[in-house]
Design a protein around this ligand. Structure first.
Ligand code: SF4
Length: 189
């Protein structure tokens, strides 16, 4: 585990234990995964080409972005709009127990694989969390809770569980459920 994150990590672990998983990114508890595992194509969103697994040249040795305040002006708008929905810190802390690819570069690929699934899981949980604030009937609420349960491991996520998880099927089930709630969505005047 790298310096300066112990307090956040303790808090994160307590929340995970209580099943109140954080769906908001906490970069201080993450091993800067989005700055490493993804490929960038030079475009309006990214000023450079970068291969998956290549460390962004703007990431410093303390895992902080050297151009954080100036990302938009320097052509890194994609970093601002990207949202892992809290999956980055969970991959780092829960799946890899606080380890970082800095200590073991062979983890880059494995952490990237775990993030690609867990991010989609957290995206579905975020949508369901928004739907839970709607005026659902009993059956809808039960369906929602069943879907949330299917997106939550019995104890904790492991690499193996994530790689075997049927994310495409569960995503389809969530989409179908949300489409059925259209009557609750206010139409614009
Ligand atoms: S520009 Fe900064 S935030 Fe974006 S990938 Fe590079 S280090 Fe990360």
């Amino acid at each position: 585990m790298y310096d300066g994150q112990c307090k956040r990590v303790r808090l994160y672990r307590a929340m995970a234990k209580n099943n109140s998983i954080e769906l908001t990114p906490d970069c201080s508890a993450c091993a800067a995964l989005c700055c490493v595992v993804f490929a960038f194509d030079k475009s309006e969103s990214f000023a450079i080409d970068k291969a998956a697994g290549e460390v962004c040249p703007n990431l410093d040795d303390n895992m902080e972005c050297k151009v954080f305040q100036d990302r938009e002006e320097l052509g890194f708008k994609g970093c601002i709009t990207y949202n892992c929905h809290g999956a980055g810190q969970r991959v780092t802390q829960e799946v890899f127990k606080g380890m970082s690819w800095r200590q073991d570069p062979s983890l880059k690929h494995r952490m990237g694989e775990a993030l690609s699934v867990l991010r989609r899981i957290h995206e579905q949980l975020t949508l369901l969390s928004m739907a839970s604030r709607m005026n659902l009937d009993k059956g809808e609420r039960e369906t929602l809770e069943g879907l949330e349960k299917s997106l939550t491991p019995v104890s904790r996520w492991s690499e193996e569980e994530l790689s075997n998880y049927p994310i495409d099927r569960v995503t389809k089930n969530v989409s179908k459920f949300l489409l059925g709630l259209q009557r609750l969505v206010k139409k614009p005047n």
